[in-house]
Design a protein around this ligand. Sequence first.
Ligand code: NAD
Length: 469
Amino acid sequence: MELESNELSVIIEKVLKEMNKKEFGKKESDGIFDTMDEAVEASYEAQKKYSSYSLEQREKLIQAMRKAIMDNAMEVANLCVKESGMGRVDHKYLKLKLIVEKTQGTEILRPEVYTGDNGLTLIEHGAFGVIGAITPSTNPAATVACNSICMLAGGNTVVFSPHPGALNSCLTMIRILNKAIKEAGGPENLITSVKAPSIENTNIMINHKRIRLVVATGGPGIVKLVLSSGKKAIGAGAGNPPVVVDETADIPKAARDIIAGCSFDNNLPCIAEKEAIVVESVYEELIKEFKKNRVVYELTDEEAEKLVGKVLNYDEKNKKYSINKKFVGKDAKYLLESIGKDAGTGVECLIYRAENSHPFVQEELMMPILPIVKVKNVDEAIETAVEDEHGNRHTAMMHSKNVVNLTKMARAIDTTIFVKNAPSYAGIGFGGEGHTTFTIAGPTGEGITNAVTFTRQRRCTMVDSFRIV
Ligand code: NAD
């Protein structure tokens, strides 16, 4: 029996409609799954599709992600503060804007080429595949946004295990990014996560056979966990950044910069000034300059003692302090109110003349409290700063016009980031040159991470051919 051409068209139309129905009937994924296993498997399938994307196509998706982050920055900043109870909306907005403007994309995936008598060798940056990333409560959506751009630029897909204390902030950012990717013509599930993250889920993710690289941004516990996973791991851990001020510094500028850095996002950033070490000849002058700034309040010994009792817990048995998380990232006003002090509106930073052994100096508080330690000279300042940094080799600052002193400090402290004569955030490209990141991998040495960090080197050699001279 022969079909008339019009009958054939009807049948084809019907079949196409059915196929479309199936496609449309399929529930669209926003990247958030019930179980970690589903999140990882979906990421694996997505990466298979994504691996055929050209660099130009990847970059198109990244541009769409940048736009979506910017379009939603204020809403997400608000959500982060509301949900986690930490940090400042204005500064969280600035962080997201910085990510949009200064996170590097595919443009840095530059190949290396060697040519010689034996032909040509090419080294390129290949994807790992599926990456498992753990994000901190202190910087939730910004870490998701920045990691996603870098990891996708490297050709990977990523499964996030967010901190439960900032879950909605992270999942909201993941949904925003996936929607932007889809609208720009990309595959679904390039970025996935789970509805209810937990330590158990994090462990499932780390040990999952599909996960080829694990990246942890957080405190010492999680960095240790990923480093003992037996897989390639990148650890971006804790810091306790000191700022040194010597007698040659521009004191009014140093005072402004230190307060700006210390109070940024209520001191949550791992790079923020956590203690100041100041030579005695300029100690009083610096404190005078600090106090000219109406956002600064100087704590008395009695107030500081009361505050220690609030913001720190003391373990008598092990003679150790730990942070009372209730106070992490809180406003200076909230900290003062906790000890029954009302300093009026506008206070953003609490300063305190401290001994170097004081827990405000030694503990990574992540609160807008700046202990200020007096030392005899620059050599003692550098030695003290090295001691207070606790070997994290994370971040340090110095205000000085003496090149010899600056160089001495840079060498002695040996940190991933060393900022001279500027607030700490200049070290991640905010008012300073260079790209940004919110995953500063000190312990494993990748430093200011970018797309190249999340790639594997691949080498291809052609003997005797392709050389053109
Ligand atoms: P955290 O270590 O408590 O948590 C980080 C992440 O690890 C969270 O997702 C948490 O759920 C998970 N986690 C922690 N312990 C775990 C375990 N035993 N098993 C499985 N998962 C575990 O840190 P936080 O309070 O959320 O963040 C603050 C810390 O992160 C600070 O020490 C800060 O310096 C550091 N930090 C570092 C960087 C960097 O780039 N180096 C950036 C931001 C924050």
